[in-house]
Design a protein around this ligand. Sequence first.
Ligand code: ZN
Length: 503
Amino acid sequence: MAAPETFELLCQHAREAALLDSVAYLLEWDERTLMPHAAGPYRAEQFTLLSALAHQRQTDPRIGEWLQELSDSPLAADPHSDTGATIRELRRKYHKKTKLPQSLVEELARTAILGQQAWDDARRKNDFGSFRPLLEKTIDLKKQQAECLGYEECRYDALLDDYEPAETTSNVARVLAGLREELVPLVAEIAASKRRPKHELLTRRYPEEQQRVFGTEMGKRIGFDFNRGRLDVTVHPFCSTMGPHDCRITTRYHENQFPSAFFGILHEAGHGIYEQGLRPEQFGLPPGEAISLGIHESQSRMWENLVGRSRAFWEHSYPGAQRAFPEALGGVPLDDFYFAINDVRPSLIRVEADEATYNLHILVRFELEQALINDDLPVADLPGAWNEKYRGYLGIEPPDDTQGVLQDIHWSAGLVGYFATYSLGNLYAAQFFQTAQRQLGDLHAMFRRGEFAPLREWLRTNIHEHGRRYTAAQLVQRITGRPLGHADLMADLRGKFAPLYGL
Ligand code: ZN
């Protein structure tokens, strides 16, 4: 068969797989937003059928034959062209799917379900011991997974690759260690500062309906397209794409808490703007897909933190916020509000952490999971190691495991290698933003005028439209002219917090 015809068959197959996935995503979105509780068991049957169908398709031996045929064709010659990237990434995906024995895949899935149940119980009872056997099993299975997939330097590489393709442990460790060296002292300086924001003004009454209206308006202004997307309510917010013109974001409202829903909306809208910036005609194919979790997170963190928590953003938006919440904010000066939304303090819980200390929570997890996977730390010693790192990096120690090692669902669900992507997101975001600023001029002056389109368009043409034509590292090098480093993020953090805390 001629290469173009084979390529068409391969693409057709991939598009159908995406079609099937999108049905599962729609069902999942429904489950997490609207589905009545009693519908759960039947929904589980729907998912089981869909995932069996998807697995069959993903491991279809014809894919291997097509890829074999295409490997030497001119279509694969330029790895950064749409056709080259399609062949490269579909090959990568196919190899991953076919390298793992079915028995291991099933064992991982079963252990993830049991693990989450055991974790949930253990967390409620503050009893790490009852979770320990399942975590040991999970770590053991993840090691087997890494051995099956293969790696160059260390087992952890193979697991990281699931979330941050083509990235290496040693490179991430290098960048995060550099960040740690400078961030730990900055956080300690902030903790020692006498200045404190008036946190109370963010816990006044913010009626839910006004939060929805104001959040929707700001989501629209930064560029989330509500014609091709929606905003709904859920318990654990997420962003999900179920078609080239259907991207859904979610949030949760607390009437006595302004930041959670508002910054949550900006965060998810950032993810959504990335999804909406992908080329619709490439939907279901690698050139129409996001690169990695880290790059995805860079988009959400940029809109949430670098834009949404900047003073310039609020010079534009604060009068609207005061109109939306006259009771809570009517008499509050902008400076007080701005300081309050940039409250930095070492705390125990990752998901409640601020922009600066967040990365230290990630460092703890990144270092510990590497140690677990590379046989440097037995699961039994994990709680002690956790507490020791919190003392060292954040200067505080969890009073119990529920507020310590048991707080996150990830490890119980078999998500090992995932945590680093959160901090990578912050690092990518800072480096991209710095470059955008250099190329576009004073971004903060634009935000002050309510102009967000220049940054959004810059992100679209430099990042979104390429899909997976480049790896994350290649994209960073291509856009910013240098490899990923920690300097821009540290400059942002120090630049923002030194004046606020009088450092
Ligand atoms: Zn996110």
